[in-house]
Design a protein around this ligand. Structure first.
Ligand code: HEC
Ligand code: HEC
Length: 168
């Protein structure tokens, strides 16, 4: 059965790469402006359409902030988010946080608690603390810098999690 486990690992890491590359969306100035002013405009693919609908239905109580839009803009942005939304349980969280989805937890399992509580990170929602090019839509591994310095520039330091070292 060993080969099966190895195959699953290879498949798993292929999906990881695919994730980072699949997050581009067509330009939508309204979304970028309204949803990118307090934090980055989070990629629509990382929550389900249902989650986006609930989130857009509660902008007056948006994680402690008031992000209310006029009904027309709200509908336009919701349509855009749903058109590019992710699917399935892995992209869904009852808290409506990307950072609480199973996908996020799995993708970030190698990030230590010390890193999450680093003053330069503060919140899991603060994607650009580590994904330095995310504002430009680049979520690739090349663009990841861990505050406190776990991870350098080089490709060589990429696979730090034990046991999965030989998957490439
Ligand atoms: C503390 C640093 C940190 C923060 C904050 C962070 N990430 Fe990450 N992220 C990582 C690391 C490290 C990986 C690489 C995991 C791996 O492949 O080994 C990663 C991987 C990813 C990937 C997959 C990239 C690829 O192609 O392999 C995506 C997409 C991603 N994160 C999105 C997000 C989003 C969205 C947020 C904010 C809601 C976020 N991240 C916050 C450190 C962070
Ligand atoms: C007035 C400021 C403000 C505006 C405008 C705003 N947000 Fe937020 N948003 C916040 C705050 C504050 C948080 C919580 C951040 C934290 O916990 O660190 C948040 C968190 C989020 C999260 C969860 C991040 C995570 O942890 O996964 C999503 C998703 C989100 N916002 C989407 C949107 C969308 C979509 C829009 C546009 C309709 C929007 N936001 C506009 C302030 C705002």
């Amino acid at each position: 059965m060993k080969w099966l486990a190895a195959f699953a690992l290879i498949l798993g890491s292929t999906m990881v790469y695919a994730d980072g590359n699949k997050l581009s969306v067509p330009a939508n100035p309204k979304w970028k402006e309204e949803c990118g002013s307090c934090h980055i405009a989070y990629p629509p693919q990382l929550l389900t359409g249902d989650n986006w609908q609930r989130l857009m239905g509660g902008l007056d109580k948006h994680f402690g902030a008031n992000a209310t839009l006029n009904p027309g803009d709200n509908q336009e942005i919701l349509d855009f988010l749903q058109r590019h939304a992710g699917r399935g349980g892995r992209n869904s969280a009852s808290s409506l946080r990307i950072s609480d989805t199973p996908w996020f937890t799995r993708e970030h399992r190698e990030v230590s608690n010390n890193t999450w509580s680093d003053p330069a990170v503060k919140s899991r929602s603060n994607c650009t603390a580590c994904h330095v090019n995310a504002e430009r839509g680049d979520w690739s591994e090349r663009g990841i810098r861990i505050p406190g310095g776990q991870r350098g520039e080089g490709q060589g330091e990429r696979h730090e999690r034990g046991g999965e070292r030989d998957d490439d």
